[in-house]
Design a protein around this ligand. Sequence first.
Ligand SMILES: O=c1ccn([C@@H]2O[C@H](COP(=O)(O)O)[C@@H](O)[C@H]2O)c(=O)[nH]1
Length: 275
Amino acid sequence: MNRKQLIEQIKIKKSFLCVGLDTDIELIPKFLLDFEDPVLEFNKRIIDATHDLCVAYKPNSAFYESRGIAGWKSLIDTSNYIPETCLGIIDAKRGDIGNTSTMYAKAFFDHASSGMSFDAITIAPYMGSDSVKPFLAFEDKWVILLALTSNEGGKDFQFIDTENGRLFENVIQKANSWAGNDRMMYVVGATRAEEFLNIRKFAPDHFLLVPGVGAQGGSLQEVCKYGLSESCGLLVNSSRSIIFASSGEDFAERAREEAKKLQSEMEILLEEIGF
Ligand SMILES: O=c1ccn([C@@H]2O[C@H](COP(=O)(O)O)[C@@H](O)[C@H]2O)c(=O)[nH]1
């Protein structure tokens, strides 16, 4: 899905919600354990219940990799179930020397090779340009670079002063020369709402992937106050607060209700900026 198509979906659905598929097999409803692939069954029902309310799904690879072969199979089958009207983001936080990054890119982007063809992948910027460029070599795919993360420890390095501002500002400025806003997004945590105005100076109309609303306590209103751009420019992720809203048989309906609450707020916020 390219930038134009993503913006179209935001307009159609009046939503910039990303549903995180952090599907912890220990937390899914017990009746699903009777299915051949309980995680896939859970994900399919979540997707069926929410796809008209969100524009992206973001499985976090840790929840799948941790289950070995069965987990990879759940991830592959989930990736193929994400509808075309939603951006498929794999939250894998990769990045390595060039030839290794190429293999990571093939793993998540090249369907003929791995069975998966996500639209976007999260990447750690620490190893620099040659660790990121192999992902950009895949046409029409997005890199989502970690800039200012939602966790407390993000301050350890990301706020270090450099001659070009704080490290996360430096990351954004540098990465802007690797690709335009049609191929590059940045991760900015909802728990850092006070930084959005500043970040928009460096990335005025880039999409920002914003985790941290819901279980981590970030505020959608605060993020949007300074983070919305003229093309919307936000994909706000919530994982646990949606997918684990209930541990009973009604989990998909309850997930829909939680997604609907966020989508309804987003609809008002988009209207306010005339989007
Ligand atoms: O800075 C970051 C980067 C990534 N994440 C990921 O987003 C989701 C958040 O899940 P919630 O349940 O909504 O808290 C999860 O996959 C994280 O690994 C992040 O939280 N912060």
